[in-house]
Design a protein around this ligand. Structure first.
Ligand code: GLN
Length: 284
């Protein structure tokens, strides 16, 4: 194995990722090197210790995985969401920046008082619920997922971010086994129409759990189920925030209205796409 400096290894890795068509090759290279070598940003800029032959080989292996289409978060087992780092495994959806729109929208609704109880349906890595509990230290959060493996990841993330004492995790089919009265109900359910799954980017199709993506034939099946279950779970004046897929906002709003909720509005993501539906629980 040829010995090379940290800078040379960085340049080679970046070239390999660029050639593979990875848009943000510079940043992704820094993440991979920091993870594989335990070096800091400062080392990467100023030049840290030269990596050993074994270290170079392990960087080349993971760069090869990245070049072949595996997302960095899947390689290093973590992803940043709303300023915090989350453990991710094959059992959970890779947290997306789009979903930060939901957290921001819910936070702006509760500027003056904290929600007493928050329900997150299909919690996955726990990133939405945990971000909300960091923003609302007096709140209690309930996270539901059908996958026990996902719940174990969410629990670990909650502990890692110091909100374990505020959280309960429950296994279940959406809200089926939930009791309680919630000021805030949130969800990023699966919303991709089944027929579109084969056309997703391979980074999504091959690495995100199908359970977290497949929204049935029209992409709307999870919303229908959720809206049919949550009416009695809202406290008086309670509200809900739901992530939706591209061009789904109106359809999901109609489903919410048909289930007896009031549509309060929509929130756009950083690309200007209607990404979150806000509802009010309606009269009780
Ligand atoms: N936002 C994800 C995607 O675009 C889908 C996640 C979901 O279905 N909730 O691939």
């Amino acid at each position: 194995m040829t010995l090379m400096t940290l800078q040379e290894l960085q340049k080679r890795t970046m070239d390999m990722l660029s050639q593979a068509g990875i848009a943000d090759a510079g940043r992704e290279t820094r993440w991979l090197l920091k993870h594989a070598l335990g070096v800091s940003d400062a080392d990467l800029i100023a030049g840290g210790p030269s990596p050993s032959g074994d270290a170079v080989a392990s960087v080349q292996t993971i760069a090869g995985r990245r070049a072949a289409g595996e997302p960095v978060s899947r390689i290093i087992g973590e992803k940043e969401f709303d300023g915090l780092s989350y453990k991710v495994t094959p059992d959970v959806l890779d947290p997306r920046m789009d979903t930060e729109t939901l957290v921001a929208a819910a936070c702006s609704r509760f500027k003056d008082h904290q929600p007493r109880q928050i329900l997150d349906l299909g919690t996955g890595s726990g990133c939405i619920l945990i971000s909300l509990l960091k923003a609302f230290p007096e709140s209690i959060g309930v996270g539901v997922d059908v996958s026990r493996e996902a719940l174990a990841v969410a629990q670990e993330n909650a502990a890692q971010h110091g909100v374990a004492a505020q959280t309960f995790f429950i296994q279940g089919d959406w809200a089926e086994s939930v009791n309680g009265s919630f000021d805030l109900i949130v969800s990023n359910p699966p919303y991709i129409p089944s027929g579109d799954i084969p056309n997703l980017d391979k980074e999504v199709r091959n690495y995100d759990p199908i359970l977290a993506l497949d929204g049935g034939f029209d992409g709307l099946q999870a919303y229908k189920k959720i809206f049919s279950q949550i009416k009695a779970l809202f406290s008086q004046g309670g509200c809900g925030f739901f992530e939706v897929g591209i061009l789904q906002a109106q359809d999901v709003a109609r489903l919410a209205e048909n289930a007896g909720f009031l549509v309060k509005g929509y929130h756009t993501d950083s690309a200007g796409i209607l990404r979150v539906l806000e509802i009010d629980s309606g009269e009780k």
